[in-house]
Design a protein around this ligand. Structure first.
Ligand code: GLN
Ligand code: ZN
Length: 749
């Protein structure tokens, strides 16, 4: 049986691409040096896969920034403002990705969005009415030939035209249907060039097929691919899908002239059922995604073999479920990971022998191997905690409901806090200056004592409180100087977590994240934030918000377990955080913010699953965290994006007292729908963008607030920036907050 990999991580084993790119951006190295780094990453990736014995290795899975952006540039889909900069091609590419500010002009980057249900972000292509779609690039061809020169015959991977069009933004009158013919023609040209260079297999990635498709979508897809499949130029075409099943188009797909179809058996709930019901055509290859490209656990061979058994009548290729871009490079870079953990994990490199093993086991059962793998999955040292499991079992329905109801609490809290109309506050973190990072690092490395570490942070907290008092904010924060990444911070303080040293995964461009691993049952060891919050509150008569991260976000930014459900894991985390909430309350903290920055992240790709497979437990888990507090304790939550227009009732059902969120001024739609939905929770839509160092003027904030007041009752409106301030400098932060407080005063007046 043959094996295949959809794509390999490309940041470099030691994040070489990140470091080289950043040097390039700073002008410290030139294009040639950056390209040398890139080609050595590609070379290592190809050779690693070849040595492992993978049959279908991809080329063109590399990217300097993002594959969707690569595809746009390949077809000359470059908005005029970037062309007008007259930069060399690589710099035009980076200008689209990151914006450009310099001698040649000043343009913002194209927008960036989350890649389906992952934490990877793609650059949103922009098609204008005057965009001349044309195959002008050569990247797929170059990289195919580059691999060939190294003795590796690759399949060429490219973002498919359907997904590309569905993700693109159209600025003029034209729509996807209008430009699809031209784009198809240019893809056909690409196929012909690739064919002439000896490419045998071209993989078209079409993850958009796993979403809910309309009749028009199916028509568009059919129209594009009938032509592509009629012009194969001697190549074979693999239609690759991932992140779910393709129930809306499966029958159509198998009736078309694809040479191979790639289906996801990990997230594709209905994939087996579809094959069972409609069969799979003879003479075509079925690329079966059975090795999870998104998680880091060893494959469960027995389960996988069962899946393969059911499709053994077909010509199956053992495949990853999606690109391995979503997992770290290799366990070899983990020097401190204990063997009892290590043996359970498989990062990208370790997934290669798994693919090979599965292919061989499917042919010849090897009882010893299976037994070894079975044992591995049965025994996970220290993962089980009977007490935690019992606590989850004992959750009662009433534990999900905070009493009294919101309207009652709102009255009690207004009386207690006696805040002015339009109360001002911030989202939690204050600038993480070099000294703050240094202090944390020194403590982590054992260079300073715990006392020294605490002493320093207390000084920072005091400065932060004084600053906020001086500025005149109403509800203060302690500044979060003890945290770097919030999920890492809570993970480190919870039982059940495992941390890695170098398990980086690309989030976007040169930014990588290192998600912690949920190893076992989660519980709180001891109070986590109480001492900091208590200290901060002791310094001032104004309320200081306690600052926590919610269970959904903690889970969504970790590698989750596969032996228990996501729901069960979230509930465990919720109970742990609820302990912290109650401790904060008992220690005199009257306002507690529980951030759910990543709530939307794992919302299923199909709308029909939203309430039956996610929100049905994510929202109750949040409620569980705060249901035990007194009516006079005020619960805040914060969400990073205002992208919840379509789930407003669910957000209201979190039953927080106040929610702050990111809302750029152009995004009034969210405010309209809050009004339409009779949103009961008090709201603080961000009045300025903290992602840029720009200081907003008082007028600007007043205008933003006036727009908000047209849609939100004065008694429910808070005034705050749109996210934490940790990435900002001290000066601009102070200036911005002064203007924010002034603006609130203007409105009050
Ligand atoms: N409280 C956090 C902060 O201010 C929230 C971060 C976030 O929303 N990503 O940094
Ligand atoms: Zn945020």
């Amino acid at each position: 049986m043959n094996t295949s990999v959809i794509g390999y991580p490309r940041i470099g084993r030691n994040r070489e691409l990140k470091f080289a790119s950043e040097k390039y951006f700073k002008g410290e190295i030139g294009e040639a040096a950056l390209k040398i780094t890139a080609s050595s990453i590609r070379k290592e990736n190809w050779l690693v896969q070849k040595e492992a014995g993978i049959t279908y290795i991809s080329s063109n899975d590399f990217s300097f920034y993002d594959n969707v952006l690569d595809t746009a540039v390949l077809f000359n889909i470059i908005p005029g403002r970037y062309k007008a900069l007259n930069l060399p091609p690589l710099d035009t590419y980076f200008a689209m990705a990151r914006g450009y500010q310099g001698a040649k002009g000043n343009v913002k980057a194209l927008p960036m969005k989350k890649w389906f249900n992952t934490n990877y972000h793609y650059i949103v292509p922009q098609i204008d009415d005057d965009t001349k779609i044309e195959l002008t690039g050569t990247k797929p061809v170059d990289e195919f030939l580059e691999a060939k020169a190294q003795g590796v015959d690759t399949k060429v991977v490219i973002t498919g035209p359907f997904t590309f069009l569905k993700l693109a933004v159209f600025t003029g009158k034209k729509t996807a249907t209008d430009v699809s013919q031209k784009l198809t023609d240019e893809y056909i040209k690409l196929i012909s060039v690739l064919g002439s260079k000896g490419a045998e297999l071209i993989e078209f990635d079409e993850p958009y097929l796993v979403k809910d498709l309309s009749v028009e979508d199916v028509e568009l897809f059919t129209k594009i691919y009938e032509q592509i499949l009629g012009n194969k130029a001697g190549t074979k075409i693999l239609l690759q899908t991932y992140f779910g099943d393709i129930r809306d188009i499966y029958e159509k797909v198998i009736s078309m002239d694809f040479d191979a179809v790639g289906l996801d058996f990990i997230e594709g709930k209905k994939t087996p059922e579809l094959i069972n019901k409609f069969g799979f055509p003879e003479g075509k290859k079925l690329f079966a995604g059975v090795v999870n490209g998104k998680n880091i656990w060893r494959n469960n061979y027995e389960k996988t073999l069962e899946v393969l058994q059911a499709i053994s009548a077909y010509d199956v290729v053992v495949n990853t479920s999606c690109s391995l871009l979503h997992v770290p490079y290799t366990l070899e870079s983990e020097t401190k990971l204990k063997d009892e953990y290590r043996k359970h994990f498989a990062f990208a490199k370790e997934k290669l022998p798994e693919l090979i093993k599965i292919a061989s086991l499917a042919k010849n059962e090897d009882e010893a191997e299976l037994e070894f793998n079975r044992k591995l999955h049965e025994s996970r040292e220290g993962a089980e905690d009977e007490k935690v499991q019992e606590r989850v079992r004992n959750i009662r329905e009433s534990d999900y409901t905070r009493l009294p109801a919101f309207s009652e609490r709102e009255k009690i809290q207004k009386e207690r806090f006696n805040l002015p109309l339009f109360p001002t506050t911030t989202i939690g973190s204050f600038p993480q200056t070099t000294d703050v990072r240094k202090n944390r690092k020194a403590y982590k490395h054992g260079d300073i004592t715990r006392d020294q570490y605490v002493e320093f942070n207390r000084k920072k907290i005091e400065e932060c409180i004084r600053l906020q008092e001086e500025i005149g904010l109403d509800v203060l924060v302690h500044g979060e100087f003890e945290r770097n990444d919030m999920v890492e911070y809570f993970g480190e303080n919870l039982n059940g977590y495992v941390f890695t040293e170098n398990a980086w995964v690309q989030s976007y461009g040169t930014r990588n994240v290192k998600p912690p691993i949920i190893w076992g049952d989660v519980s709180r060891r001891s109070p986590i934030t109480v001492e900091w919050s208590k200290y901060a509150q002791s310094l001032t008569g104004k309320p200081v918000k306690g600052m926590l991260t919610g269970p959904v976000t903690i889970l969504n930014w970790s590698f989750p377990r596969e032996d228990i459900s996501i729901k069960e894991s979230i509930l465990q985390i919720a109970l742990a955080i609820s302990d912290e909430v109650l401790d904060l309350e008992a220690n005199g903290i009257s306002i507690i913010q529980i951030d759910e920055a990543a709530l939307r992240e794992k919302l299923p790709l199909r709308k029909s699953d939203w309430y039956s497979e996610y929100l049905d437990f994510a929202i109750p888990a949040f409620r569980l965290v705060h249901s035990g507090v007194k009516p006079e304790t005020q619960i805040h939550t914060h969400m990073c994006y205002s992208e919840f227009t379509d789930i407003i009732p669910a957000i209201d059902a979190m039953d927080a007292d106040v929610i702050t969120f990111e809302a750029s001024r152009s995004d009034l739609q969210i405010l309209d729908s809050l009004k339409e939905n009779n949103f009961k929770t008090e709201v603080g839509p961000g009045v300025y963008d903290i992602h840029s160092p720009r200081v907003p003027s008082v007028d600007e904030i007043v205008n933003a607030l006036n727009d908000m007041r047209k849609r939100i009752d004065d008694s429910k409106l808070w005034v705050n920036p749109d996210c934490g301030l940790k990435t900002r400098g001290e000066e601009e932060t102070k200036a911005s907050l002064i203007n924010l407080v002034k603006a609130a005063a203007v409105i009050r007046g």
